[in-house]
Design a protein around this ligand. Structure first.
Ligand code: IPE
Ligand code: IPE
Ligand code: MG
Length: 274
């Protein structure tokens, strides 16, 4: 199937980009740091919250498009542990916006066979938000299509701290005095246990930093930073990012296809699991 057939409605620009995409080489897991809502609003002399509202619209479009492209996983950084440093009014608005989004979009998410998951310290979120999230996760739990992972009250270091403490608890409980952890032990105790690592990490708004996002999981992710502010991140901008990704050579520390005796995907898988 051609990538163009995956989208029912595509304008001229989108079709031209889709024609160039190779549908067998999409990232399995796309992760996005959705940044730049505030600046988008500022440039329009609007309050920051208008930027967040526009950001939700962009998110809706990217979620639906990713599901149509049959990506198996999309992780969106929606609220970091550090975002509590913002004015209370902005935080309250973001929480309200999230609940509003879930209420409005859940039927569409469900219809598109998307399964919703949330990562982060959700126990510290306001009760109402927690309730809505839990309900949305339950509602979509049986869906077999794309996994939509929302990082909410998420911090990469906090995730590692939580993982280490969970491991320590297990060691103490089971009296495993000689226990030695390996990479798998840590992966299995992260919020993302059982989920694949991101293949492509996109950050919008031009900041060249990871802002405490998926620190462990992005070890070998391809990174794509675009100046586009998140509310302007349209389908066409996503296709450009995917095209850029498809031109990359992922070597995982080896020599890749241009050097030495590379044996392709087998070698890559071995490197991944070394
Ligand atoms: C990203 O946009 C959304 C959240 C962090 C919730 P920002 O609100 O960080 O926008 P800028 O970076 O200030 O432009
Ligand atoms: C990262 O954006 C967090 C989210 C997108 C939710 P920030 O705007 O919070 O990151 P910094 O402060 O620029 O590093
Ligand atoms: Mg920001």
């Amino acid at each position: 199937m051609k990538a163009t057939e995956l989208l029912k409605s595509a304008n001229k620009e989108e079709t031209a980009l889709l024609e160039k995409l190779e549908p067998t080489r999409f990232p399995q897991h796309l992760a996005i740091i959705m940044d730049g809502n505030g600046r988008w609003a500022q440039r329009r002399h609007l309050p920051r919250i208008a930027g967040h509202r526009a950001g939700v619209k962009a998110a809706r479009e990217i979620i639906e498009t990713s599901a149509r492209l049959k990506l198996s996983m999309l992780t969106l950084y929606a609220f970091s542990l550090e975002n509590w440093r913002r004015p209370q009014a902005e935080i309250d608005f973001l929480m309200r916006l999230l609940r509003e989004y879930l209420k409005k979009e859940l039927p569409t998410i469900h219809k598109n066979n998307i399964r919703l998951l949330v990562i982060g310290r959700s126990e510290q979120l306001p009760e109402a938000v927690r309730r809505d999230i839990e309900e949305a996760m339950r509602f979509t739990a049986q869906n077999t299509g794309m996994k939509l992972v929302v990082a909410l009250n998420y911090g990469g270091r906090a995730e590692l701290v939580d993982a280490f403490n969970a491991i320590l608890d297990r060691v103490r409980r089971d009296g495993l005095s000689g226990f030695q952890a390996d990479e798998q032990t840590i992966s299995q105790h992260l919020y993302t246990a059982g989920l694949p690592d991101p293949d492509l990490l996109i950050r919008t708004s031009g900041e060249m930093r990871v802002s405490n996002f998926l620190l462990w999981q992005i070890a070998y992710a391809e990174i794509y930073v675009t100046e586009t502010l998140w509310p302007d991140f349209s389908r066409a901008r996503l296709f450009e990012a995917l095209l850029d990704y498809q031109k990359r050579e992922r070597r995982y520390g080896g020599l890749g296809s241009s050097g030495g005796n590379s044996s392709g995907s087998g070698q890559r898988a071995a490197a991944r699991h070394a």
